[in-house]
Design a binder for this molecule. Structure first.
Ligand code: G6Q
Length: 549
């Protein structure tokens, strides 16, 4: 395949970028009162306003041309049809099948994928019903009050983010907890808050070989047995979610209590599968299905909307525009929604694990940028912290603002204050403040000419800093499903344009291997060796500190 930077549209974009050095968004808004209408898209109540971006019709025309030249439409069709897009692991990429309606017909590699998905959903449904009705009970005949998900990465971040986001829809009497870190503090703190008699552990691991998850699961099992004084209690308190039946059995969980998913579901795309079991338990199956329906709404939009009216495509192209032609290295996700506090962490994995790559699909070194450093915090907290750099620093950091029109927890006018802050930030980033405006402000405060001259440069904001705003009625399961799928497809489109494999994660695998070598050395079971001097020094110092007590 031709490299993207060799495409005519890419070269035209580079030339077009130079023309942009004379343009300012403030002037473009002043010239064009219809800019918001032209550069915004809707999917029901979900509005994407992308008008505060450094774009014109010409920019978009060239970006769309680039998407077409890079085969975005063909790749999109290939993904939905189950082709093996994950070329290094030879796997299909079919998380979209998990949220497709029940009557969808889809077979992959001779297997009826739709039937498999519906079968597992039915099992999840029956299990959720058993827990909620109190038919499923703990070892001392108490109903379940606490769900503890033990998993990490893709087997943690999605369900944890969604459970927090949708807490207003939680079933009364059930609390969801998430243990991911191998740091024993994480598990200890959760175990201190739950009662073994009424706690259900969901051990979630696609491979069921992940060191952290298995260590936490073993410790949780020991804790349970210690309290129940009976190994048989494990069957009432442990279920597994995995693709790996043998490993689940070897761990000591009856495969009848395993909820299955498949290798065509990537870890970071798996919250829609049985990995979503804690979501279904916490919110109920109906709400989980609404989440799936929201994901499917976005799939349909992504599949059918023309590229220039296609939300994920537009978000992806804007990202490519800034990374490739504006030297942007980072991207901020700023939810003005306390319940979306974990969204940046979730999207960090989705984006940085998918597109943090530096070779093309056929193994050549890329000659362009790839995925950005993604970060964010809920508004308004970030305003009192890192926004300073976004407003006045030397780096261009495109931002996504997310905000709901209605709050689940209205108090006085606090939600309006929240929205006002969100809108004010994107406006300020776009408009900036000129030297003349800064001087006029200081003059109005009665400062001397000398003071004005000294202080004004510090109060100048260049503006012209791009942002998107996603505005929705309220954060409900369907809306959240749409937002998550929007970002999934954005990441996918970028991966296609950059010609990288967005669906493998060799960096994660490396981490899984490395610690295994050092662990026995740290424990003093084998001699320390084969490392650099720094690693040896750290191992030895740590051992000395531990031995000193
Ligand atoms: C996700 C990654 C990674 C994975 C974890 C947990 O796409 O592959 O984050 O989810 O390493 O893996 P297991 O689910 O196999 O325990």
């Amino acid at each position: 395949m031709q490299r993207p930077e060799q495409d005519a549209a890419w070269k035209a974009l580079a030339a077009h970028r130079r023309a942009w050095s004379r343009l300012h968004l403030r002037a473009l808004f002043a010239q064009d009162p219809a800019r918001f209408q032209r550069y915004s898209l809707r999917l029901d109540d979900l509005l994407l306003d992308y008008s505060k971006n450094l774009i014109s019709d010409e920019t978009l025309r060239l970006l769309i041309q680039l998407a077409q030249a890079c085969g975005v439409e063909q790749a999109r069709a290939a993904m939905f049809q189950g082709e093996h897009l994950n070329c290094t692991e030879d796997r299909a990429v079919l998380h979209t099948a998990l949220r497709a309606p029940a009557d969808t017909k889809l077979s992959v590699d001779g297997q009826d994928v739709s039937a498999d998905v519906q079968r597992v959903l039915a099992r999840m449904s029956a299990f959720v019903e058993a827990v909620h009705s109190g038919r499923w009970r703990g070892y001392s005949d108490r109903p379940i009050t606490d769900i503890v998900n033990i998993g990490i990465g893709g087997s943690d971040l999605g369900p944890a983010m969604v459970c927090q986001a949708l807490a207003p829809y939680a079933r009364p009497g059930l609390t969801a907890h998430f243990v991911s870190n191998v740091d024993p503090t994480h598990l200890s703190e959760v175990l201190a808050r739950v009662d073994p008699q009424s706690t259900l552990f969901v051990v979630a691991s696609k491979t069921f070989t992940t060191q952290e998850t298995l260590a936490n699961a073993r410790a949780a099992r020991d804790w349970l047995i210690q309290h129940a004084r009976d190994e048989a209690a494990v069957a009432r308190h442990f279920v597994a979610v995995s693709t790996h039946r043998e490993a689940v059995t070897a761990f000591g969980i009856d495969p009848a209590q395993m909820f299955e998913f498949w290798d065509w579901v990537g870890g970071r795309y798996s919250l829609w599968s049985a990995i979503g079991l804690p979501i279904a338990l916490y919110l109920g199956m109906e709400r989980f299905r609404e989440l799936l329906a929201g994901g499917h709404d976005m799939d349909r939009h992504f599949l059918t909307a023309p590229l220039e009216r296609n939300m994920p495509v537009i978000l992806a192209l804007l990202g490519v525009w800034y990374i490739e032609f504006w030297d942007a290295h980072a991207h901020a996700v700023l939810p003005y929604d306390q319940r979306l506090a974990r969204l940046p962490a979730y999207l960090q994995q989705l984006d940085m694990e998918s597109n943090g790559k530096s070779v093309t699909r056929d193994g050549r070194r890329v000659r362009h940028g790839t995925g950005p450093i993604l970060f964010g915090e809920p508004g308004t907290n970030g305003q009192h912290a890192f926004y300073q750099l976004i407003h006045q620093g030397t780096r261009l950091i495109p931002c996504d603002f997310l905000v709901a029109a209605q709050s689940h927890n209205p108090i006085a006018d606090q939600h309006e204050i929240l929205i006002a802050n969100c809108l004010a930030q994107s406006e300020a980033l776009m408009r900036g403040k000129t030297l003349a405006e800064a001087r006029a402000e200081l003059k109005a405060q009665g400062l001397s000419r000398a003071e004005i001259a000294r202080l004004a440069p510090h109060r100048v904001f260049a503006g012209n800093r791009p942002s998107n705003t996603l505005l929705y009625r309220r954060l409900d399961p369907r809306t959240l499903g749409r937002i998550i799928a929007l970002y999934e497809h954005k990441v996918f489109v970028q991966g296609v344009i950059w010609d990288i494999n967005s669906f493998d994660q060799w960096g994660v695998e490396l981490g899984k291997q490395l610690a295994r070598v050092i662990l026995p050395e740290l424990k003093g079971q084998v001699a320390v060796g084969g490392h650099d001097a720094s690693t040896v020094g750290l191992i030895e110092h740590c051992r000395a500190l531990r031995e000193a007590g």
